[in-house]
Design a protein around this ligand. Sequence first.
Ligand code: 0X9
Ligand code: ZN
Length: 765
Amino acid sequence: MSRIARHRLPLITLALAVATSSGLAQTKHYEDHKVARIEIRTLDQLRAIESLEPEPDFWTHGRGIGVVEVQFGPDAFAEFEALEIPHRVVIEDVQALVDAERARLAEGDPDAAWYDDFKTLAEINVRVDELVAAHPNIASVATIGQSLEGRDIRAMRISGLGPGAGRIGILFDGCQHAREWISPMTVMYIAETLMNSYGTDPRVTALLDSAEIFIIPVVNTDGYEYSWNSERLWRKNRRNNGDGTFGVDLNRNWGYQWGGQGSSGTTSSQIYRGPSAFSEPETRVVRDFIAAHPGIEAHIDFHSYTQLILSPWGYTSTLPPNQPEFDELNALMAGAIAGVHGMTYVYGPSYTTIYPASGVMPDWVFGAAGAKSWTIELRPAGAAGGGFAPPPAQIIPTAEENFEAVLQLGARLTTALAMSFETQPPERIPSGEDFSFVVVIAEVTGTLAPGSGALRYRIGTGGSFSTSPLVSLGGERYEATLPAADCDSMYQFYVEASSTGGQTISLPAGGSLEPLDVLVSDVAVTFADDCETNAGWQVGFPGDTATTGIWNRMDPEGTAAQPEDDHTPAPGTDCWVTDGRAGAGIGTYDVDGGATTLVSPVFDASEPWEIIGGEAYLTYHRWYSNDRGSNPGTDSMPILISNDGGQSWTLLEDVTENAGRWVARSFKVSDFVPPTADMLVRFVARDDGGGSIVEAAIDDITLEVFGCTRHPADFNKDGVLDIFDFLAFQSMFVQRDPRADLDHSTGVGVFDIFDFLEFQRLFVG
Ligand code: 0X9
Ligand code: ZN
């Protein structure tokens, strides 16, 4: 493609633009036309609608069982009503919608921004020229051919200034269908935002430095002009079919499986495929452009409306061999869109997600040109939202959400390497020993540069990062090692790797700007119960009235509300559960008739002698289900903690989360009550709602005290060795405290000079 920008405007478009802005009235084509949303239940119903005279215009081109939106002229609508097919009129007066849009456009608003309303072909061409002129180093435009009536079809190229080798091509086009006015606006916005954000937005910069983006704002230039100047709801190109009808559906004219299901050989049809594949200059021009750019690896054909993301194929329900890849990328784009304004775009293979259509552009681009290709149907979701003529306030949000989709798609397709933790590194690691974890580096589109994998770490939040190389474990697995550090220090770290093409990626993605924190600390476990035996738990508490679902300890029998397995890894089998039997039905052994309480044995949360600066954490694994049955979500499971042997209780959490799996919860005891040696925890499963299914289970309960291991001579536990440790030792010695019985050579419990000598030995160290 020529990189030379062309600023010349075709005279014909200028002339038409003048006609448009002077408010030249269109003929009233749609007087008394309505759009109905119809639920088609049988193919007979469909045939009946299709055979009405004149044939109604399917705004949704899906012709099958399901919901369709159809525009009827007055006579056809009367006949349609006689068919008594369930429907709802969503646009009462199509002509009024078109007139209102036209009046608004004719009036204009001199202060309006460009994306505040739809734009003519001439206005789009001017904007393209201005944009390219403003960004000459990264953007260019070329005329890639002419339409049937001789209008230019133009393509922009946008690419960054980084080293050129190996960049992939990505193509976006709009307006194969004349009336889908929001599609050129969307691709123009994408082009413009890419140009304006290069060098400032790191995501755009990265994309443009590893891809060249091609954008064809209007494929069907004749049809688009015609839609502005004559018939607002024109869809096809302007081919004179020679029989009094006009137009070929360009999106049925592509030469891959041309002529099949979901296209028509009838010239008057809105989905007329043309006399042969690529019979139309518009499809030929774009085909040749794609063929001339073999670097194009991905493409999106923008249409409207119904909010869909459609991957190949259109002509068959057979899935492409790389369907998992399409599944991932479809979901990626839908998620990106939802993240911007919360809009839902349904996604999936074209044929099954909406309907069969043959000779569509993405089938050719994927099947013949070998590039991943999609149709995106933009806003609105239905004709009730304006159909092909949505309120102009929809332009910007539609464009924004689709910009995010193409940006994320582009990032995904240009990523050389992908890095992840095999398991998320812990928040705490032990002191005094190296700590290793496994990083997985996948070569997505690139190759890992040998030796480039590195762990970067520092102690504290300032200063420079040190480097330790990743060690290959074979395949995609690499070992990263943090060197041993003193207790109570905090590490910050991230992992980095580069591709042979020079792309560097970090994990977490922000690298040195958002490193992970890990605290170096020791731990004393003072209570650990895997519930494989009864460690002293008690079932029952004053006020319990439950009649079924009483807590017991067993290997649970799975139901829709109760786990099949305990939490402890094999060979563990048992947990505490609100009657672990499955029973005849889901409601047989669930909790009924009030509360059943499980009370733990006493455990010690006080600071162990060997730990200083200790913080006690209680951890348990819980299962809770209250989202089944006739009255779901009406109950909860309070979990309470006591530090005085059960005299007083404080709420830890009131569980309502129906996770459907084991959930680990950890609590810092001092956030609730001062830790003591007299701790209890109590689980209250109850059915107060009536009719609802309540199931709960508890497993793997631990009390861990995190802190630093005491120096053996630090007898007053203040972290320093001095005379006060000797005094503390001496006073404990005098009290015959077993902890002062440091020497056992003369017998356990014998307090003598040898204990003093041992203290001295430890102190000196
Ligand atoms: O029918 C079309 O060409 C597209 N829909 S539109 O309403 N904009 O006309 C969708 C084509 C998607 N591909 C398949 N359904 N196979
Ligand atoms: Zn379309």
